[in-house]
Design a binder for this molecule. Structure first.
Ligand code: DC
Length: 227
């Protein structure tokens, strides 16, 4: 394996990307970077500032002017990292259904994507990174050394999401979550800019019937063969 490799992991909502990528990054000693949290953070900031979700210009300006801090976890509550805007810790706020209901809209805006993509590319190009999102292999880091597209059925993804919320003590309704997963897939896959899709050279893994460890092992095996 060469020095400073880049691994891109893309896939739909709740496909297990984050869980798997965190473990892969830890095993390889790489940085784990979840780009979805940036779209979520801007969505949270837009809601906080009472910005109309239909106002593309305002959302773009917000993305350009907001500094999202991602740092090592300061609290041992299951978080992979701290996410802050200013002095506000928004790590769990950005996981709430209210943010989830609006994030696909914000992520569909060209200006928002341009701003966040530039920041992500800068981090990614330093190498030794497992970067997770929807467009990492296609747009953010098209020259990544290994591209994984992790998929799972909508039912399985909704089930995982439901369990995640319940385990944190948040209110959850399976049917609503399933509808939300399907709706987010629809918006993410059909948007004009950087739609969700596997890069032609990505390796597609369907994790519906795979345990986390099996997916991790498959990716590590592929990583060991990276040029
Ligand atoms: O992976 P996630 O569920 O945290 O992503 C939140 C939203 O952000 C989701 O609707 C898709 C969008 N997103 C994106 O458009 N591009 C990325 N690279 C990462 C996330």
């Amino acid at each position: 394996m060469k020095q400073r490799s880049i691994i891109a992991v893309d896939g739909p909502a709740a496909s297990g990307k984050s869980t798997v990528a965190q473990i892969v990054a830890r095993k390889l000693g790489y940085l784990y970077f979840d780009t979805g949290l940036m779209y979520r953070a801007i969505t949270w900031a837009a809601m906080e500032n009472l910005i109309d979700m239909a106002d593309e210009q305002a959302a773009t300006l917000l993305a350009e002017q907001t500094t999202i801090e991602v740092q090592a976890a300061s609290v041992d509550d299951g978080r992979p990292c701290d996410v802050l805007i200013g002095n506000t810790d928004i790590t769990w706020e950005i996981r709430k259904p209210a943010v989830e209901a609006n994030v696909s809209k914000i992520a569909s805006y060209k200006g928002v994507r341009a701003s966040l993509t530039a920041q992500q590319r800068k981090i990614g190009l330093r190498g030794n990174v497992v970067m997770v999102g929807r467009d990492i292999g296609t747009v953010v880091l098209p020259d990544a050394d290994l591209k994984i597209y992790l998929d799972a059925s909508p039912q399985e993804r909704a089930r995982r999401r439901y369990q995640e919320l319940v385990s944190r003590g948040d209110a959850a309704n399976f049917e609503e979550i399933l509808a939300g997963v399907i709706e987010r897939d629809r918006i993410d896959s059909n948007r004009a800019v950087a739609p969700l899709r596997a890069a032609p050279d990505a390796i597609v893994i369907n994790s519906s019937e795979m345990a986390i460890d099996e997916v991790v092992d498959a990716i590590i095996t592929l990583a060991e063969k990276m040029p």
